[in-house]
Design a protein around this ligand. Structure first.
Ligand code: BGC
Length: 478
């Protein structure tokens, strides 16, 4: 089992269940797509592409970098598809100039990347690795030189292994370890970088890493899941405050995985399953920061998390983010089930429902983007939403220097149409970042799924822009 199974915590409908009213939208020509123009999104709309340290950097043991949980996890047999790892990845550590030049060529204005905590603090907390610190200065400077805005994610899942040895996200001390790291990075780079994201998708790194065990650190424990959830939520809000106090005029956000969820059948049982699944996947990590607490209303068993509260925590969980990063990859279809306990719901895979999927089995469901944007805009406290990740993986067709990926172009057109539709209806969405700039290491799926606008030959590290990259170049040139 792997991440695909986690995704099966969501699902579909189809010709078999016509009440959900779905066709195969991906395969249809959509009239809005044909007319899609970047200028319709407005002059200030931010266009970017994203990546994450462990997925691209490589150089896992170079220049003083310490091991992260992903090094340990991927070096164990049987954890990652084909026993692959991020030792080399797309070698961004040595090729960042080439990748940033390509990003610029494709007419993007924003580069979202993350800092590897263990490259800066190999021991997690005290010893500073000057070469690692310098590397991120170089990446930032290269962006600025090319007139690109650097947007930094502070935590994209690669915890220093030494901290996991002390319990990782399940140890309350992590809040202070994390704040120490955030304090250092924002003081070090804050004069050049104004746009910060505290974390990437806590639902994923906590849920898959501490409960399902398919991602690093590979733990499967409900109590660790609850502790890690609370500590991640505290660290997210406290991290936000730390950035604000260190970086004048900063724009501070954090990112969430967000999926539209439909019931498998129209009866009450599956509708209630949707409510619980929605609490777990969409509400659990954002609502505490909005001052709403954890969603006990939908999953009463979550109240057990209060065992890990200390006085003052309720207030500490709250932080007024300048923007919310919304990341959408698939739709979830939920059905009542006797397992797992407390959730009493499971996902029905898109394949089973005969819906169009990408290489990882994610359902292609462009309307889901519109629907989650609407859902999140209903939180009155959210002032600004940026789609900080959206993208897909299909088999690319290689013909000499050309990489054909027609389906990806169609994917972007249809998802962007839905972003625009939401924007036109008043959803405060002000940017869209493609996942991902280059092909990279797709966590427990290894190198097989390719999400890039730029193809990477992992034997030679040669980069070739895919047709979808050229599509963006033209789309953004207007
Ligand atoms: C993560 C990325 C990942 C992408 C595709 C997102 O949830 O932030 O790191 O590569 O999904 O699976």
């Amino acid at each position: 089992m792997n991440r695909r199974d986690w995704i099966k915590l969501s699902a579909c409908a189809s010709a078999v269940f016509p009440f959900v009213g779905l066709t195969k939208p991906f395969l249809l020509e959509n009239p809005i797509e044909k007319e899609l123009k970047a200028s319709d999104f407005g002059e200030d709309f931010l266009w970017g592409a994203a990546c994450a340290a462990y997925q691209v950097e490589g150089a896992w043991n170079k220049d003083g970098r310490g091991p992260s949980i992903w090094d340990t996890f991927s070096h164990k047999k049987g954890k990652v598809h084909n026993d692959e790892n991020g030792d080399v990845a797309s070698d961004f550590y040595h090729r960042y100039k080439e990748d940033i030049a390509l990003l610029k060529k494709l007419n993007f204005k924003v580069f979202r990347f993350s800092i590897s905590w263990s490259r800066v603090f190999p021991d997690g907390t005290v010893k500073i690795n000057q070469k690692g610190v310098e590397f991120y200065h170089q990446v930032i400077d290269e962006c600025l030189k090319n007139d690109l805005q650097p947007w930094i994610t502070l935590y994209h899942w690669d915890l220093p292994q030494v901290l996991e040895d002390e319990g990782g996200w399940a140890n309350r001390d992590i809040v202070n370890w994390f704040l120490n790291y955030v304090d250092f990075c924002t003081k070090e780079y804050g004069s050049k970088v104004k746009n910060w994201m505290v974390m990437n998708e806590p639902a994923a790194f906590v849920g898959i890493g501490y409960m399902m065990g398919y991602h690093a650190p590979g733990k499967k424990s409900v109590s660790k899941f609850l502790k890690a959830t609370h500590h991640a939520c505290l660290a997210m809000a406290e991290g936000g405050r730390k950035i604000k106090s260190n970086v004048p005029d900063s724009n501070v956000g954090t990112t969430f995985s967000c999926s539209h969820i439909d019931p498998y059948r129209s009866g009450l049982k599956d509708i209630k399953a949707v409510t619980r699944m929605d609490a777990l996947l969409n509400r659990l990590y954002i609502e505490p920061s909005l001052g709403m607490g954890y969603p006990y209303d939908a999953i009463p068993a979550l109240k057990k998390i209060e065992k890990y509260f200390k006085p003052g925590d309720k207030e500490k969980l709250i932080f007024d983010f300048d923007f919310i990063g919304l990341q959408n990859y698939f739709r979830v279809v939920a059905k009542k089930s006797l397992f797992p306990p407390f959730l009493w719901a499971k996902q029905i895979s898109a394949k089973k429902r005969d819906m169009p999927v990408n290489e990882m089995g994610f359902e292609i469901y462009p309307e889901g983007m519109y629907k989650v944007l609407k859902q999140f805009s209903e939180y009155k406290k959210i002032k600004n939403i940026i789609v900080t990740e959206n993208g897909t993986c299909f088999k690319d067709k290689i013909e000499g220097e050309n990489i054909h990926d027609e389906q990806r172009i169609h994917f972007f057109k249809s998802y962007l149409s839905n972003v625009l539709k939401a924007k036109k209806e008043g959803v405060p969405v002000s940017g869209y970042f493609v996942w991902s700039l280059t092909d990279n290491f797709e966590w427990s799926e290894g190198y097989e799924p390719r999400f890039g606008l730029i193809h990477v030959d992992f034997n030679t590290q040669k980069r070739r822009v895919k047709d979808s990259g050229y599509w963006f170049e033209e789309f953004l040139s207007i």
